[in-house]
Design a protein around this ligand. Structure first.
Ligand SMILES: Nc1ncnc2c1ncn2[C@@H]1O[C@H](COP(=O)(O)OP(=O)(O)OP(=O)(O)O)[C@@H](O)[C@H]1O
Length: 268
């Protein structure tokens, strides 16, 4: 399998000096501070970090669901301040329309954009086939397994002609085998479509398996701790010494920070 060269690709998304403060009922919560991140077109980036370090907040800001308190996010040089079809989100809990079939869930975006009926059906068929669900076109979400539901969610974003696929722990609720299968399928979709993917995960193994670049985040307030390039060829072998060396390196970066913050908490 050939990897796609992303090092010479243009920048697509720029996060500059972002700070996010939520106004909670018990006072303000600083979820992000001083976050800077540049994403190149076609890159597969994983945001990795312990619970509460602001991964979902950063993703939701990029999606346009949350506004920044300070700083800016631009895509193709234009300010991001609301959701748009150029950025599609896949959630852990699928968020499908329960009253629509697989076909109608996937075709929802193109239909909503008032594309011609023939084009809607071509796009739906194409992406339904890409995620291997053609035989399940007339099923409803409650008749599908978790893995199948997540395939529908991915196809639904793809059918919107999205440039950036934003994924918030999309495989977190799946069993290990289904998760590994979906990881493989996602890499294949990414490789063949030219999509840019930003993927949130808690799992070091998942990040090293998927990413071109792992962004390690830390909490208190949420910020980027370091970035680690993953230059292993795909498909990646979790049992290889190279994979294990990188897994160790990423784990060390992650745990050294967590240990550091515990020390700070203990000292204060
Ligand atoms: N709507 C909100 N109102 C107030 N505080 C919030 C809100 N959403 C998130 N937070 C807080 O912001 C911080 C970052 O949360 P966020 O969900 O972005 O982290 P995360 O790294 O994605 O966590 P997890 O891995 O557990 O999903 C946390 O302290 C969280 O409690």
């Amino acid at each position: 399998m050939l990897d796609r060269p992303t090092t010479i690709a243009p920048d697509i998304l720029e996060v500059s000096d972002v700070r996010k403060i939520y106004q909670a009922s018990n006072g303000p919560v600083e979820a992000l501070r001083g976050v800077n991140l540049t994403i190149r077109k076609g890159e597969f980036v994983c945001l990795l970090g312990a619970s509460g370090c602001g991964k979902s907040t950063l993703l939701r800001i990029v999606a346009g669901f949350e506004k920044v308190t300070e700083g800016s996010v631009t895509m193709y040089g234009f300010s991001v301040d609301k959701p748009g079809p150029d950025r599609g989100m896949v959630f852990q809990d699928y968020a499908l329309f329960p009253w629509l079939t697989v076909r109608d869930n996937i075709g929802f975006g193109p239909k909503h954009r008032r594309l011609a009926t023939k084009l809607v059906s071509e796009l739906t068929d194409k992406f339904m086939a890409m995620v291997g669900l053609t035989a399940f076109a007339d099923r409803y979400p409650h008749q599908l397994s978790g893995g199948m539901k997540q395939r529908v969610a991915i196809a639904r974003v793809l059918s919107n002609d999205t440039d950036v696929l934003l994924m918030d722990e999309p495989f977190g609720a799946l069993d290990a085998l289904t998760r590994s299968k979906l990881q493989e399928e996602l890499v294949e979709i990414w490789r063949t479509t030219g999509l840019t993917v930003i993927f949130v995960t808690h799992s070091v193994e998942e990040a090293v398996m998927l990413a071109d670049r792992v962004i390690v985040m830390s909490a208190g307030p949420g910020r980027i701790d370091c970035e680690i390039e993953v230059d292993l060829p795909r498909p990646r072998d979790v049992a290889s010494p190279e994979f294990n060396a990188l897994r160790r390196e990423v784990t060390q970066r992650l745990t050294s920070h967590i240990a550091g913050s515990r020390q700070v908490a203990a000292d204060s």
